[in-house]
Design a protein around this ligand. Structure first.
Ligand code: ZN
Length: 340
């Protein structure tokens, strides 16, 4: 098969598009022909070098395609079936896994991070990862869903316990997590303040359902959030930007408000004035991916059309270097998808 492989960490030039042996399907696995693989910022970090990544390595976490072959022990699927893949791997038998908290499993990792991913033509996975998709959901849209919608769903529901009437501040509405979080917060009856970097992205954020949009380059996010909430502050902040927005995100919170973060794209050494933390009784929560139960739950809303993936642009897998350069510039609104 063709695959994009890295043999060393570094810039986009370390990505090599070449012929590699097909994966061998174990008797307890499903072989999937990859039709689309959406990119995440994780791809960039893995390419630049993350601990635990063994070389050579295939990137790519968000996969949609067709079942090409079923291992002897696998039942309940048919060859040719259209599917997406849960973007994670876990042991399936530890205390956390059997309790449904797969993202707390000690062996938990993301496809394309701790194990090979989907920047290739064929991938073998356990049946628990394989989720059939409706006929009206295209492969590019399907691939754009799992990681970011699961992450945003876990942040809002599993961690921050969003409720109708809450006000939710979503940072970076153009990002994958932002696009998902705006829609999920609206689905749960919240008022959404989104941030965006220009007029085009602001319009798109409103189209997704954002009630208010703040330009995070021209306006102070914390001040605007306070103005919009008539000085009350917001109940929940969805953070993934990191150092560049952290102080403003904390400022935007109301007493007993919750900041939940899943990333640090602009840097991870953020600080906090402890006087605000205790006197305002703030909740600062970390969030990482989500559970299999949450994935199935959020997918129901995607399959019914209530939550919509947004694809910015597709690239042939052979042009993966250009795709990485494009993602690095952060000019997109929505997902960048590679097609083998
Ligand atoms: Zn486990």
């Amino acid at each position: 098969m063709k695959a994009a492989i890295i043999r060393e960490f570094g810039g986009p030039q370390v990505l090599q598009y070449e012929e590699v042996p097909d994966p061998k399907v174990r008797k307890d696995q499903v072989l999937v022909r990859v039709r689309a693989c959406a990119m995440n910022h994780l791809d960039l970090w893995v390419r630049k070098g993350l601990p635990g990544v063994k070389l050579p390595h295939i990137l790519g976490s968000d996969i949609a395609g067709e079942i090409a072959e079923l291992g002897e022990y696998v039942t309940g699927f048919t060859v040719g079936q259209r599917v997406l893949l849960a973007p994670m791997q876990f042991c399936g038998r530890c205390e956390q896994c059997v309790a449904g908290r797969q993202n707390m499993c000690r062996q938990f990792t993301v496809l394309g991070n701790g194990v090979d991913g989907g920047n290739c033509e064929l991938i073998a996975v356990p049946p628990v990862n394989v989720i059939p998709i409706p006929d009206n959901l295209g492969f590019e849209d399907a691939a754009s869903v799992p990681l970011v919608f699961l992450t945003a769903f876990h942040m809002l529901t599993g961690r921050a316990s969003v409720r109708p009437g809450h006000t939710v501040l979503v940072l970076g509405a153009n990002s994958g997590v932002g696009i998902a979080a705006v829609q999920i917060a609206k689905l749960f009856g919240a008022t959404v303040i989104a941030t965006a970097g220009d007029a085009r992205k602001s319009d798109k954020a409103r189209e997704l359902g954002a009630d208010f949009v703040v330009n995070h380059y021209e306006q102070k996010i914390g001040d605007e959030a306070r103005r919009i909430t008539k000085n009350a502050g917001v109940d929940i902040v969805i953070e993934h930007v990191g150092v560049a927005t952290w102080n403003e995100s904390v400022k935007a919170l109301k007493p007993n408000g919750t900041l939940v973060t899943c990333g640090a794209t602009t840097g991870y050494q953020a600080g906090i004035d402890l006087r605000f933390l205790f006197s305002k009784q703030l909740n600062l929560l970390g969030s990482y991916m989500g559970t299999m139960g949450e994935l199935h739950e959020v997918l129901k809303h995607v399959f019914s059309g209530k939550l919509k993936p947004v694809v910015d642009r597709t690239f042939p897998l052979a042009e993966i270097r250009e795709a990485h350069e494009y993602l690095e510039k952060s000019q997109m609104f929505g997902k960048v998808v590679l097609k083998p």
